[in-house]
Design a protein around this ligand. Structure first.
Ligand SMILES: NC(=O)c1ccc[n+]([C@@H]2O[C@H](COP(=O)([O-])OP(=O)(O)OC[C@H]3O[C@@H](n4cnc5c(N)ncnc54)[C@H](O)[C@@H]3O)[C@@H](O)[C@H]2O)c1
Length: 709
């Protein structure tokens, strides 16, 4: 098979059906050979007498996934980027300039370059299959659409809707794409081709509908004002959301502002190209592409090294405990088509778990994401019990009861007695030893950890924890189950705090020392959010987690790691102050009845015996002490304890589990960018001022870089 087979013309009477079917790949993507082949096909069409060309994909769930990210990653000079983008733009122009009617009939993912291609066609029809997602995700990779997307999309959808797609990197389903005008028609998958042919018959011989035509409001003055408001509002929103850390959406606004309404296509595309070149060579883009690769890596992994170990299919999931976590896990699993049975100690608790799931689905009904039939189908997948009825059928049971080793052990032994011998139990504990718990299971190889984060429906990470006796099949099954539930699994060796909490705790603990030394809560949190890019500062985070939980886990760490864990005296006072954080509306911050965080609770300083803040440290010191404490702990976790295998897992887990700023590429990409030598020197300096806990670990000193390249 040659590249010729990747795009084929299949004549159908007066029409050409053009089939995308990239040879040797599961997906169609616009790699250089694919673009060259498209150029050949377009030339052939240009010289033909076909009345219409209909572009389809032969891949099951993919139309065209986009440009080849691997190629973008390796473009290292402005000249190389410019040449690649010029090539792409000119092929899209050639598609737009074809003499016949062109129709894209889309089924499956149609992203980035794929979406830019269909926008160069006259008409777009898409199937309502769940796999159909159309849009421009480029800004999520730190670049802007460069094959004409910034120029054509606003002409097709209008300014407001296209800015929404481009600035947020959105992918739309067929219905939404039809509603916003990105496509002309959304149809049932079974009649996609029929409708495309019908459209071709209707349109052939009629005037072409080219995308590229000057747009504009009738009144020039009005146009100027309206445009100005839309762009300044878009800029404000982007800055509010990103604190200026993501340059690509701002560049996209600039490009669209300059090119919208322009009648000279090549000039407009030149402006887009320049914008692309500026973004593509930034470290931020390279970091975001790194994060993209990390997520792709998980899709290919199985969680185990042996290819002969296969995950078991999980159709029936049992959940012990229908509380905050159990209810969340039930919702996510049932949402993805898994039958769920929750067990708790009374029906009130079951009712709460069911209500949690129901409320989340009702929100989707209100937003018209699912209809009432789908709602009912999902609800029907969740049942509840106060005994073990039905547990003989379960493939996996996730334990999410109280955080108490003795109770958990008792319940695990009981549950194992009710299940098939080859069924798996996974604990959702956040701080207890999986290895110790495993001892209660009569077949410990079928016991693992499955650590979800709160709120389960929002947090993408699952730590799959390998206890000392956990078998490969259990790990592979929990890994696959996590993916089936739409989560991002990372395999972690058992150990205090596993990976994410082990790294987060020094960050939060350090904030308590900063406060003790006179720092203002708001000032510290704002510095972390605005300057460093964390989703929330350490004080807000401690309130979310629960101040009692933070203290409990700190004590576990002190027991495990000894003197290198120091607990700020104010943390001990906090424990006695009745402040639990968000859950009782009293923490470092004030909370309203609905649980929304308000301003800092000024009385907390007095309650902890502190005077008014004097802010003795710079923002740089505050940020470095917290972030470098995480890097320091990570050097031990990764290089000494081998909690995970590679820096990739650390970066993925920190981004997905804590919201560590993706534009920094993850904790260890960030550490490499500033240099471990600098980090060790700074930690040394802070340690010399009395913070012994911050003394750099030997592993940090001995490793100039975490990543090999
Ligand atoms: N809340 C979090 O942020 C979070 C995050 C990750 C992991 N976890 C872990 O998840 C587990 C559950 O936490 P949660 O916050 O959902 O607690 P929760 O108090 O909200 O829910 C616990 C539920 O377990 C039920 N239960 C107690 N004993 C039981 C038994 N013997 N059999 C069946 N059900 C029983 C309780 O009635 C309650 O409904 C804990 O191990 C916790 O460490 C919690």
């Amino acid at each position: 098979m040659s590249m010729k087979d990747s795009i084929r013309i299949v004549p159908q009477g007066e029409f050409a059906i053009v089939e995308f079917d990239m040879v040797g790949e599961k997906v169609n993507k616009f790699s250089t050979p694919m673009m060259m082949r498209l150029k050949e096909v377009v030339a052939e069409l240009r010289g033909s007498s076909y009345k219409a060309a209909i572009f389809v994909s032969k891949k099951p769930k993919i139309y065209i996934a986009g440009a080849d990210i691997e190629e973008i990653k390796h473009l290292n000079t402005p000249e190389a980027v410019n040449a690649a983008v010029t090539g792409g733009q000119s092929v899209m122009n050639e598609v737009e300039d074809l003499p016949m009617i062109t129709i894209a009939a889309v089924n499956g993912a149609c992203a980035g370059g794929g979406c830019e291609f269909i926008m160069a066609c006259d008409y777009r029809i898409a199937s309502e299959d769940g796999s159909t997602r159309i849009g421009l995700p480029e800004t999520k990779l730190g670049i802007i659409p460069g094959f004409g997307g910034c120029v054509r999309m606003p002409r097709i959808m209008g300014l407001q809707a296209s800015l929404d797609v481009i600035l947020n990197g959105k992918l739309l389903n067929a219905k939404k794409a039809e509603k916003t005008g990105l496509i002309d028609l959304a149809v049932h998958p079974s009649i996609l081709m029929e409708q495309a042919l019908k459209m071709a018959k209707e349109k052939m011989g009629k005037k072409r509908r080219k995308t590229f035509k000057p747009v504009g409001l009738p009144n020039k003055l009005l146009e100027g004002i309206a445009k100005g408001v839309v762009f300044s509002q878009a800029r404000k929103t982007v800055l509010k959301m990103t604190h200026g850390h993501y340059p690509a959406p701002l560049k996209a606004i600039e490009v669209i502002k300059k090119t919208y309404g322009m009648s000279d296509r090549s000039r407009a595309l030149e402006i887009e190209r320049q914008g692309f070149v500026e973004c593509a060579l930034t470290d931020i883009s390279k970091n975001l592409i790194h994060v993209f690769y990390l997520t792709e890596m998980v899709k290919k992994q199985t969680g185990v090294s042996s290819a002969s170990v296969k995950a078991k299919d999980v159709k029936h999931l049992g959940i012990l405990g229908a509380g905050t976590m159990g209810g969340g896990i039930a919702y996510v699993a049932a949402d993805k088509g898994i039958d769920v049975r929750m067990k708790d100690i009374n029906y009130d608790a079951i009712g709460k778990g069911l209500k949690h799931a129901r409320d989340l689905w009702m929100k989707l009904v209100k937003k018209k994401v699912i209809n009432s039939y789908e709602f009912q189908q999902k609800m029907d997948r969740v049942t509840g019990t106060v005994d073990f009825s039905g547990f003989g059928l379960m493939d996996v049971v996730v334990e999410a009861i109280v955080e108490d080793m003795e109770i958990k052990k008792k319940v695990i032994a009981q549950t194992a007695g009710q299940m098939r011998p080859d069924a798996i139990i996974a604990t959702n504990t956040s701080s207890l030893s999986v290895t110790e718990m495993q001892a209660a299971h009569p077949r410990p190889e079928y016991f693992a950890g499955m650590h979800f984060f709160n709120p389960v429906h929002k947090m993408p990470l699952v730590e799959v924890i390998r206890g000392e006796k956990t078998g490969d099949e259990a790990i592979a099954t929990i890994f696959e189950l996590s993916k089936k539930m739409g989560k991002m699994p990372v395999v972690v060796k058992d150990g205090p705090g596993f990976l994410v909490n082990r790294l987060l705790l020094p960050y939060m603990a350090e904030a308590a020392f900063l406060m003790q030394e006179g720092m203002d809560i708001q000032k510290v949190d704002t510095a972390y959010v605005k300057e460093f890019g964390m989703p929330m500062g350490p004080f807000a985070l401690m309130d979310e987690v629960g101040l009692d939980v933070c203290m409990k886990v700190l004590k576990i760490f002190k027991k495990a790691f000894g003197d290198r864990i120091e607990i700020a005296p104010i943390m001990e006072k906090l424990e006695k102050s009745g402040r639990l954080g968000k859950k009782n509306g009293k923490g470092f911050y004030k909370y309203d009845e609905k649980g929304y965080r308000g301003e800092v609770d000024g009385s907390v300083y007095g309650d902890l015996g502190l005077g008014s803040p004097t802010n003795p440290h710079s923002n740089q010191e505050c940020i470095e002490r917290g972030v470098f404490a995480m890097v320091n702990e990570c050097s031990r976790a990764l290089l000494e304890d081998h909690i995970v295998d590679t820096p990739n897992e650390v970066d993925l887990a920190m981004i997905m589990g804590t919201g560590f700023p993706p534009f920094r590429g993850g904790l260890l990409k960030y550490a490499d960018s500033v240099g471990t030598k600098y980090i060790a020197e700074q930690l040394e300096k802070y340690a010399a001022k009395g913070a012994k806990r911050l003394a750099p670990a030997p592993q940090l000193r001995s490793h100039p870089k975490f990543y090999a390249t």
